[in-house]
Design a binder for this molecule. Sequence first.
Ligand SMILES: NC(=O)C1=CN([C@@H]2O[C@H](COP(=O)(O)OP(=O)(O)OC[C@H]3O[C@@H](n4cnc5c(N)ncnc54)[C@H](OP(=O)(O)O)[C@@H]3O)[C@@H](O)[C@H]2O)C=CC1
Ligand SMILES: O=C(CO)COP(=O)(O)O
Ligand SMILES: [Zn+2]
Length: 372
Amino acid sequence: MSKFKGQKGQAVSESSRWREDEMRESKWMQFPREVLIGNDVLKETPAVLQKLKLTGKTFIVTGKNTAGVAGNDVAALLEKEKNECYIYKSEKATLEEVEKIEAAAKEFKPKCFLGVGSGRSIDLAKLASKRCDIPFISVPTAASHDGIASSRASIHSDEKSESYAAQAPISVIADTGIISQAPFRLLAAGCGDVISNCTAVLDWELASRHQNEPFSESAALMSKMSAEMIMGSADLIRPGLDSSARMVVKALVLSGIAMSIAGSSRPASGSEHMFSHALDRIAKKPALHGEQCAIGAIMMMYLHGGDWEKIRSALIQIGVPTSASEMGIADEEIIDALLLAHTIRPERYTILGTGLTPSAAEKVAAVTKVIQ
Ligand SMILES: NC(=O)C1=CN([C@@H]2O[C@H](COP(=O)(O)OP(=O)(O)OC[C@H]3O[C@@H](n4cnc5c(N)ncnc54)[C@H](OP(=O)(O)O)[C@@H]3O)[C@@H](O)[C@H]2O)C=CC1
Ligand SMILES: O=C(CO)COP(=O)(O)O
Ligand SMILES: [Zn+2]
């Protein structure tokens, strides 16, 4: 068995090479402290704030739809307990929006931030709270993405999609009564986001082998486990069921924790996410993040030479779109996104390498039945 020098100079067998990261001397990781998952847990929000000694003033970042779903209710619950709330309705997860929130919060001087809503609202609250050095609580209204519990914030602009080091939520309050009543498409998208961890981890392993990129076996295992949890229970994920919402939320939390362990979005974001970010830029009407990542995962698994049909079957069973037409995206936009994807995060080594040729892009999309 060949040997190479580990980070501290000691010889490490190749079979344990991927464990090198686990042997680092120190690493700073953040995880949520109070995690509430269940029907009607929203009403516990004032108690959570009290337990964490964060009562007083609360800055709530929510969205246009989700204000009515939960944002206003949370504010009412807190105000009943003599907390003052500032409600900020946001639209896009951009750096400009983070700056606006930060400025409003500096005036209001809250004790904590709440992100109540979709991925966008949670990411904005997460990054703005980090910049204000104030704790943040994640209150998802849909299980549509694995940023619910992660310490990362995905911020987008016309030119790029970046993953910022933010902070892990001090608490996650996931009311499955609300989440199970959200449009099923959102829950299915969350399953797609987690299933796409399969290819993200393969890309990370590739980067570890080809470029000696730091790799965390525990983060990778956790990420794969969350994907397997969903694929193995695909038959149990149904609209309107509290049990389905609970299952998906737990997998999303696990996947978010994997990112916090890695200290990057690597365990949950590889070539399939680069494809999705490219599609966000190219498509006239992009689909949901998790839907696009799921389709990306089918195609990237084909490129890895893995079992893409297994991923496709699980997605079909759950009800996640597996073709461009089901997502409402033109076939040409899929090809263009495949050709652009490798440029999205050039520093992130993946199976896309320096890019696909147009004929290779057409082939992967056609063979995997993403385009007709
Ligand atoms: N930080 C991280 O680690 C991660 C971040 N992400 C990011 O998260 C985002 C994707 O999140 P996602 O939630 O899929 O998409 P969006 O943030 O785009 O939200 C999708 C839509 O769902 C609506 N919605 C949410 N909950 C409900 C509900 N209960 N009832 C009715 N409508 C509802 C939202 O309304 P409203 O307009 O009120 O918001 C919004 O219009 C992307 O920006 C992605 O990059 C994804 C994964 C990981
Ligand atoms: O979406 C993510 C994991 O599901 C992570 O986000 P990025 O692709 O922005 O790093
Ligand atoms: Zn994602």
